[in-house]
Design a protein around this ligand. Structure first.
Ligand code: SF4
Length: 515
């Protein structure tokens, strides 16, 4: 069995229902083997996956490392906003690089988006990592990144012991009221409150999981120890050194690492392509790796490790002095690494939207009746950054999820039943149009509601381009002049929701705040 088969088995056994991808080395072959659906870019690929997740479907986006730059926006937002069913981002790093303009280290997105990153070392570990990733994603309600490389995907290994799925089949159940799907309590918090919750609870639980997971492997056998992550951990076994193969490269298992370092005279850090783990540990001269010139950057070979082990005793600081250095650089495990953190409901003290005060839509907003009508519908609604977010909370409750500027069309394309994307004209031009192109191309079924006020209202009324003509050339489009009678708005929404495929309503209104 090869690494690609391990991913396929895991996707089947985890009950993954929606898989998207954008072709590129080293993930094209894997994605095609998974039967993934192509997307116009990685941002849209992740948005579709987030939409599927919000309506109860385990999902996966398969992208290469430069694609991580594209999807970073919805990834970072989803980290704090919450997801529904499990979301995995499979990031394929092109080491070398062979089919890319640059070599990048996707593990860094774990730090950027503050998400767990699994870095599997062999096909069996890859299978188990993906299975664990879905469990962690649903427990913490965040996407989980699984980093792969071509060597990992193409390496042969014995058949894995498959785990029967525990996932429920994908089904739509109004995400507004079903705790199993998207966690609607997230709207009870302000953005600051969500940030506080994420750092206090989600990352603390992730740290505990990283510490306790059976996917870690520790073997003590010598005075030299190798701290390894990813495929280099596979290369490092059988070299006569002790080995700590960590499952997560973010957050790291600090307790394990610290006790491993303390128990050895010399430490070599084996990872690729960058020096992510080593950079945390480099203040101790006991620790060697790329930053000390003992290993080359980029992909590692077994011979690199052998050479580094042979010459590792240069400039050594031993024993208690090295231990003191480690304590000084913050290697103490955090107090809050317990995996048994209380669930959010009823226990949080983070900034609540109700305490901060209502920051809803303005008195006299022309879109108010439209927001009311959207809130009454029993279909999933994806919102976008801007005034739509203001209508997410009571009394409107017009939208279910918002994953950043220009995201709503992609997200609604992933819903498990026909839904609505509400988007402003600036957001459409920003990146929403790629979602429209993708929805047309892939024959997705959704209604786009364009709030047309010709400005970026929440940022000061800057001019927005008029894309109505372009939109009309692409899909069926109807116009709604606001203010309008409630019945007219509801009838129009119902009629367009009944129309198969993608269509749009352009709602014209004049912003009262930015005249
Ligand atoms: S800023 Fe303008 S568009 Fe936004 S809620 Fe206020 S009135 Fe409505």
């Amino acid at each position: 069995m090869k690494g690609q088969e391990a991913v396929k088995y895991a996707a089947e056994d985890a009950g993954v229902g929606t898989i998207t991808y954008v072709p590129g080395y080293p993930i094209t072959e894997l994605a095609e083997r998974l039967g993934a659906e192509i997307s116009v870019n990685e941002k849209v690929a992740l948005e579709i996956v987030l939409g599927a997740s919000a309506t109860g479907c385990r999902s996966m986006a398969v992208v290469k490392q430069v694609g991580m730059n594209l999807l970073a926006d919805p990834l970072a937002v989803s980290s704090f906003h919450s997801v529904g069913s499990g979301v995995v981002v499979m990031a394929g790093d092109d080491l070398g690089p062979r089919g890319s303009q640059v070599e990048m280290d996707s593990r860094l997105y774990g730090l950027v988006a503050e998400l767990p990153v699994l870095d599997p070392r062999d096909p069996a570990n890859l299978y188990r990592s993906i299975m664990e990733a879905y469990g962690v994603s649903e427990r913490l309600r965040v996407p989980v990144i699984v980093r792969v490389t071509w060597r990992l995907l193409s390496t042969a290994a014995p058949q894995v012991q498959r785990i029967p799925t525990s996932a429920e089949p994908c089904s739509f159940n109004s995400p507004r009221f079903d705790g199993r799907r998207f966690d609607w309590t997230t709207w009870g918090l302000t953005a600051r409150g969500r940030q506080e919750r994420h750092r206090k609870e989600v990352l603390a639980q992730a740290a505990g999981i990283s510490e306790a997971t059976p996917l870690n492997d520790v073997q003590y056998s010598a005075e030299v120890g190798i701290v390894a992550s990813g495929f280099p951990a596979h290369l490092a076994s059988g070299l006569g050194a002790s080995l700590l193969a960590v499952a997560y490269s973010h957050p790291l298992p600090w307790k394990l690492i610290r006790s491993f370092i303390t128990a050895h005279r010399w430490i070599l850090v084996a990872e690729e392509p960058g020096a992510l783990i080593e950079s945390w540990l480099q203040m101790s001269s006991k620790v060697r790796g790329r930053l000390t010139g003992d290993l080359p950057f980029g992909p590692l070979e077994r011979s690199d490790l052998v050479r580094a082990l042979e010459s590792i005793d240069r400039g050594l600081i031993e024993g208690p002095e090295a231990d003191r250095e480690l304590r000084g650089m913050g290697c103490e495990p955090a107090e809050s690494t317990s995996a048994d953190v209380e669930p959010l409901e009823g226990s949080y003290s983070y900034e609540l939207a109700a305490q901060r005060g209502y920051l809803g839509i303005c008195q006299g907003c022309p879109f108010a009746d439209l927001f009311t009508a959207l809130g009454r519908l029993d279909v999933p609604v994806a919102g976008d950054a801007g005034c739509v977010i203001r209508a997410a909370r009571p009394p409107y409750q017009s939208v279910d999820v918002v994953y950043g500027l220009g995201s709503s069309v992609g997200v609604a394309s992933g819903f498990g039943k026909k839904g609505i994307a509400v988007i402003g004209d600036f957001a459409l031009a920003h990146s929403g149009l790629q979602g429209v192109i993708n929805a047309l191309w892939r024959k997705r079924d959704l209604l786009v509601v364009l709030l047309k006020n010709d400005i970026a209202a929440t940022t000061g009324g800057q001019e927005a381009p008029d894309l109505t003509g372009l939109l009309e050339s692409l899909l069926p489009l109807r116009r709604l002049r606001l203010p309008a009678a409630e019945e007219e708005i509801e009838k129009l929404l119902e009629e367009e929701l009944a129309r198969p495929g993608i269509s749009a309503i352009v709602a014209y209104g004049r912003c009262v705040e930015n005249r």
